[in-house]
Design a protein around this ligand. Structure first.
Ligand SMILES: Cc1cc2nc3c(=O)[nH]c(=O)nc-3n(C[C@H](O)[C@H](O)[C@H](O)COP(=O)(O)OP(=O)(O)OC[C@H]3O[C@@H](n4cnc5c(N)ncnc54)[C@H](O)[C@@H]3O)c2cc1C
Length: 469
């Protein structure tokens, strides 16, 4: 029998496909040719995700005569860029307080302003270039669904005002918050207009096509084994270039030279079948607002353009020696936890089928601080990792890479991400213990808040230690 809220013709018990929702309409057999033999370029980019594609976009836009070559091990958008939660948000992974500590108050303000402007910049580019990626800028609400979360919501808004970013967050009471997203147990929330939703794989495809239409070359099925001074070496030939850009985020530790630079963490996602219009209206899911609640172990959700709910979260374990493997993309236990959380938000969705489940790796530097840089002497550039906030940040990174490589003066060049150096991760097994202890601490902090109804002491300590928020 089909249950009450299941869309017509769909059975809630039907198994979900283990594939990103975003790839459903992709021609999976389509592959671009691989590199064959040696070649040269002005700029060689390793990795065709958002970082590589945005860098290529801005470089070619600034100088159409450049020869730009992208080398991609699988296919454009194979990594996090083709599978993420679709939030192009102005959230920077490190708190502004921590940025101030490391750089200056003004640097932190400039960084937040640049992140805000980046959300609009993506919208402008996709409009100008006619890239249909379902970009919708309806903002983001973080709901407070417990007393502890409500206290944190008020503290966040007060903190932003005190810091000098008074318009960044707006405090919403329970009624106003529920008007945006009508989840269970809502006590209030904080809202920012600086967030858009998009279909990530459509953005990848649109950018890749633009790059090719403007003279860039993308080689797929081409794994780079080594990045040297002005050279990217593969089994199929080498590309010599004035600069080689490393744009491999979570996969970076696979290069021996960068083994301890990044820890890959998995984020997992589910999508429901399209929801009946009436149900969407009842739950406040009729618009395109990104949302989560203020728990410590991050979750993210949004209604898609075709009326589904996409719901994701962290919590999957870090794998020993920074291993990344397609078998980690689906984790029965964590996916079930995500579905349970979604049902806690919206009990009315219990009977709605989950049609897709997937996941992927994102990269975390030791101090959670993304970096964009250029080492002219060694003919190397890089950008990332972004700790799960890479959809917008990779666009900012693409513009900074353009500036640094083309020696273009710009205020973005003095942002604190430029040439930021993160410390290395610990050697194993300390890294494994440390990262997984951090994940457990975030889950325990949520439990602590449920018991005490007060903001977690563990969470406050974690923020103090990492600067992450
Ligand atoms: C499930 C999930 C949900 C997320 N949700 C959000 C979100 O909602 N909002 C947000 O801001 N961020 C989100 N993120 C993070 C965001 O998607 C990433 O930070 C961003 O896409 C990184 O882009 P990138 O181009 O740097 O890396 P990737 O997209 O990972 O691209 C790297 C590319 O390099 C290729 N590659 C790797 N090694 C080699 C090699 N040796 N040779 C050649 N090519 C190689 C890979 O195949 C890959 O295509 C999420 C991430 C995940 C996994």
């Amino acid at each position: 029998m089909v249950a009450r809220n299941a869309p017509a013709g769909q059975d809630a018990a039907a198994p979900a496909i283990a594939m990103p929702l975003w790839r459903e309409d992709r021609e999976l057999t389509f592959r671009r040719p691989a590199l064959s033999g040696n070649t040269s370029a002005d700029v060689a980019i390793v990795g065709a995700g958002f970082t590589g594609l945005w860098a290529a976009y801005y470089l070619l836009q600034a100088d159409p005569s450049l020869k730009v070559v992208l080398l991609e091990r699988e296919f454009a958008g194979f990594g996090a860029s083709g599978r993420n939660g679709g939030w192009a948000s102005s959230i920077f992974p490190v708190s502004l307080g921590r940025v101030e500590q490391l750089y200056s108050h003004q640097s932190a303000l400039d960084l937040q302003a640049a992140m805000n402007e980046t959300v609009a910049e993506i919208g402008q580019v996709v409009t100008d270039e006619g890239i249909d990626c379902e970009y919708a800028r309806d903002g983001f609400i973080s709901l407070a669904r417990s007393q502890a979360q409500w206290a944190r919501a008020r503290a966040t808004v007060a903190g932003a005002e005190k810091f000098g970013t008074p318009g960044q967050w707006k405090l919403l009471d329970a009624g106003a918050a529920r008007e945006k997203i009508n989840a269970a147990s809502v006590l209030g929330g904080i809202y920012t207009e600086h967030c858009a939703l998009l279909h990530p794989d459509k953005l990848v495809r649109g950018l890749a096509t633009w790059v090719e239409d403007h003279g860039g070359v993308i080689y797929e099925d081409t794994a780079v084994d080594e990045i040297g001074k002005g050279i990217a070496r593969t089994q199929r030939g080498s590309v010599t270039a004035s600069v080689v850009v490393r744009a491999t985020e979570a996969f970076t530790p696979e290069f021996p030279a960068y083994r301890r630079s990044i820890a890959p963490l998995y984020s997992l996602v589910v999508a429901t079948a399209p929801l009946p219009r009436q149900l969407r209206a009842e739950l406040g899911l009729g618009g395109r607002t990104a949302f989560n609640d203020m728990r410590n172990l991050r979750i993210y959700a949004h209604p898609t353009s075709d009326g589904r709910l996409v719901f994701g979260g962290r919590g999957a374990p870090y794998h020993f020696r920074s291993k990344v493997d397609p078998s980690f993309d689906v984790d029965e236990k964590i996916h079930e936890k995500i579905i349970t959380t979604m049902h806690e938000f919206f009990p009315a969705l219990r009977d709605v089928p989950i049609t897709h489940r997937w996941g992927g790796p994102l990269g975390v530097p030791r101090d959670w601080f993304p970096s964009v840089g250029y080492d002219k002497r060694n003919k190397m550039a890089w950008a990332g990792p972004y700790v799960g906030d890479g959809v917008a940040t990779s666009n900012l990174a693409g513009r900074i890479l353009r500036n640094l490589i083309l020696d273009k003066r710009d205020t973005l060049n003095s942002l604190p991400v430029v040439n930021h150096k993160s410390p290395k991760w610990e050697v194993e097994p300390f890294r494994w213990f440390g990262v997984n202890a951090g994940l457990r601490a975030a889950a325990t902090a949520d439990l602590e808040e449920r018991v005490t109804s007060k903001p977690s002491k563990i969470s406050a300590l974690m923020e103090k230690l990492t600067g992450a928020h």
